[in-house]
Design a protein around this ligand. Structure first.
Ligand code: GLC
Length: 733
């Protein structure tokens, strides 16, 4: 985000004319709050749902009828800087009040959780990152930005950049997986896509890097839980994706809920002031997560809300999401000298800068024709892009005997409640989709002209209909079982202690497998699952994640070989959930898992991942040879030849890893440094070259300093993080 001199002058002019109340108003974000419509206070209503005293349907009915307070009076009085929402008509109404009826006419910045698409929902991030296709990741973000503006949204609370290695955490679904380099590339692509298309006032939005920082390392994979880590870990694993995104020009950052080494990120001066705004010179603004300033009292770092507000502002948190503490308490904090006018003005300046950069003063409203066009339907190009993203994110995990792709003439018994759901395909944090746009797997098979019989039998929740299982086994020549998680089983506040298939799905698969007919599992899930049993008992396994509105057609295209799966895993899958956290880029330890009893492993399950980071099969095969490493002045030049040794064209993701064999801190046994998608026809080969700057071989030490140390390095290349060719080289910096 860069401002022109004229834009900067506009910001300073506004700032000079604002009252203290108007300044504090800019720091205040509101949501449409629920009022009336039920007999009990809202928190008790939530409790009733949680305890099952009120069904989801009854709750939704109440919510749909309840009035909403859009805080019009506060907006008119200049006490609101930002609103949340995705209704373009309402956005225009509220914007009109802010621009035409408030004293200074400062527009609202309207934010919303557009994590993987708004109307045109594409794959959840953990899936899309597995495409290893930066260009695709940028294009989907650009599409999301355009759709956001069409709905009055100028600010996406995305990309989520939390590296996560513990699949028990539900929010692994929202982020780019377990690897820092992939997360960095994802981060850059998403910020470019969201912010860089300046072809018109409605073609870009402000990105919001979240959750700053370390949230993915919450202890035990339990959401919101405490985070402790060494400085070297923080700087080497969790900070780089955010730093990369700031380098790409990201306009905003969201502070994480968690404490980091005892200091909540909401008011952490080291992460916000020293690193983000100091070392990184971040020019935009930082928003809290929902209610997070208030929760600093619960954390036990502030005695009361007023103290929490003053600590947060001093630490560098600029906007308060949803508590009103900034609006109501900072004037007194200023008078008492607990915060300074400079700190207030800095926060206001940053927020006004983003609003000016977004063009909101010149173009605050959504045009009527745009609203009508989306009400009529989605642009075909958006549907096509969602399908492309779905196809490239799907991963083939097992294909015994080349069972897949299927011939269309074969009669299929399609099994599983998820298979017919046209809404579960969108996954967690999809908030703007419409049912009419979603394609279920059943519909996708029908669209493809499959000869298919459908038998729900059971799903992630509820009963198992064994009679129906029998009918399914009797009918088809081959059984396709769609199993996995509902969208609600991943995402925020959705940690699971056990990451095997929920409910009675493994029992369902066992019954299907006992039929003696080939069984293909198509997984719909938001996290890596423990698939030890499935990997040993099923003939084929397709990891289909929650691929978005185009899921059904993409899965059908893969099953019938219209596309050759090219997705790879952005996160490792364990044999058993007791292995979590499971990730490939771990240190060696002094006793790496081996045959001897006295090595780092379990008595009852394997130590290594079932399916490691970067893994994925194809309907063809790829072979590697000829790895060479040449030292240049300030870089290593690496070349490796990959050959399509199978019968069909296919796309391989060639992955480059390194290992710093001996260093002043123990280093991971492998670290991804680069990757390239290569499409080859049968029998063809290509020599792929990577230029690896020597500077990229360094690491962050526990003093938070990036160091480059001479020594022996292993250079590895291959099709996943486990099976690679390796060369060694001694590097001198
Ligand atoms: C939630 C999430 C955050 C989201 C925000 C606004 O609690 O933690 O990712 O952007 O609130 O919905």
């Amino acid at each position: 985000m860069k401002l022109t001199d004229a834009q900067r002058a506009k910001v300073e002019d506004l700032l000079s004319r604002m009252t203290l109340e108007e300044k504090l108003g800019q720091l205040n974000q509101e949501s449409p709050s629920i009022v009336g419509g039920f007999d009990v206070p809202f928190p008790e209503l939530i409790e009733m749902v949680t305890e099952g005293r009120l069904s989801q349907e009854e709750f939704q009915k109440i919510m749909d009828t309840a009035q909403r307070d859009y805080h019009e009076e506060d907006i008119r009085a200049g006490r609101v800087g930002s609103m949340m929402g995705n209704d373009p008509v309402k956005a225009n109404e509220l914007q009109h009040i802010a621009v035409e009826e408030s004293r200074l006419g400062i527009p609202l910045i309207i934010g919303f959780d557009v994590i993987h698409g708004l109307r045109s929902v594409y794959p959840i991030a953990i899936a899309e990152a597995g495409s290893f296709d930066d260009d695709l990741m940028e294009r989907t973000a650009r599409m999301a930005a355009r759709e956001s503006r069409a709905y009055g949204i100028g600010w996406n609370f995305a990309p989520m950049l939390d590296v996560a290695r513990d699949a028990r955490w539900g929010r692994v679904s929202e982020g780019p997986g377990e690897d820092t380099r992939l997360a960095e590339r994802f981060a850059r692509a998403k910020v470019r896509g969201l912010q860089n298309d300046r072809s018109g006032p409605d073609s870009y939005v402000a990105a919001c890097l979240k959750h700053f920082v370390g949230y993915g390392a919450c202890e035990g994979g339990r959401d919101y839980n405490t985070v402790s880590m060494a400085p070297s870990q923080l700087h080497s694993v969790y900070l780089p994706p955010f730093r990369a995104a700031v380098e790409e020009g990201a306009a905003t950052v969201m502070a994480a809920f968690n404490d980091l080494n005892g200091v909540p990120c909401t008011l952490n001066p080291y992460t916000l002031r020293t690193l983000l705004k100091g070392d990184w010179a971040f020019p935009g603004f930082v928003v809290s997560d929902a209610n997070a300033i208030r929760e600093c009292v619960v954390h036990g770092i502030a005695a009361d809300e007023a103290e929490a507000g003053a600590m947060a502002l001093r630490a560098g948190l600029d906007m308060d999401m949803g508590t009103h503490i900034y609006r109501d308490e900072l004037a007194a904090a200023l008078s008492a000298g607990r915060i300074s006018q400079t700190e207030i003005d800095d926060a206001v300046r940053r927020i006004l800068s983003v609003k000016v950069w977004l063009g909101l003063f010149a173009h605050p409203y959504v045009e009527e024709p745009v609203i009508r066009s989306y009400a009529a339907g989605l642009p075909e190009a958006h549907r096509a892009l969602c399908r492309e993203a779905a196809e490239k994110s799907l991963v083939l995990l097992k294909n015994a005997g080349g069972l897949l792709p299927l011939q269309k003439e074969r009669r299929i018994s399609l099994v599983g409640a998820l298979a017919a759901s046209d809404t579960e395909v969108v996954g967690a944090w999809a908030l703007g989709w419409e049912k009419r746009d979603c394609v279920s797997i059943l519909q996708g098979l029908k669209n493809a002209g499959a000869d298919v019989g459908y038998y729900p039998c059971g799903g992630p929740e509820g009963a198992l209909d064994t009679a129906e299982v029998e009918r399914a086994c009797a009918d088809g020549d081959v059984i396709v079982a769609v199993v996995g998680e509902t969208a609600a089983m991943s995402g925020e506040a959705s940690s699971r202690a056990h990451i095997t298939l929920p409910g009675r799905q493994r029992e369902l698969l066992a019954l299907l497998s006992a039929s003696g007919k080939p069984v293909i599992a198509v997984l719909m899930n938001g996290r890596p699952l423990a698939l030890g049993w499935e990997s040993e008992h099923l003939d084929a396994i397709v990891e289909a994640w929650h691929l978005g509105i185009g899921m059904g057609d993409a899965v059908a295209a893969a099953l019938f070989g219209e596309i050759n799966p090219s997705g790879r895993l952005s996160s490792s899958f364990p044999w058993d959930d007791g292995q979590e956290p499971t990730y490939y880029n771990h240190p060696s330890t002094g006793r790496p898992a081996g045959k001897s009893k006295f090595t780092s492993k379990y008595l009852d399950v394997p130590a290594e991942a079932l399916y490691p980071f970067g893994y994925g099969l194809s309907y063809t095969a790829f072979a590697y040879d000829g790895l060479t490493v040449t030292e240049r002045e300030d870089a290593l030049e690496i070349a490796v030849t990959v050959r399509n040794s199978g019968e069909r064209p296919g796309t391989e993701t060639v992955q480059l890893y390194t290992r710093d064999v001996t260093a002043s801190l123990v280093r991971p046994v492998k670290e991804l440094k680069d990757y390239r998608r290569v499409t080859l026809r049968a029998g063809a080969s290509e020599t792929v070259t990577f230029r690896l700057p020597k500077a990229d071989l360094g690491f962050w030490n526990n003093e938070g300093v990036y160091v480059r140390e001479d020594g022996l390095f292993q250079i590895c290349a291959g099709g996943n993080s486990r099976d690679t060719l390796t060369e060694e080289i001694t590097v001198r910096f």
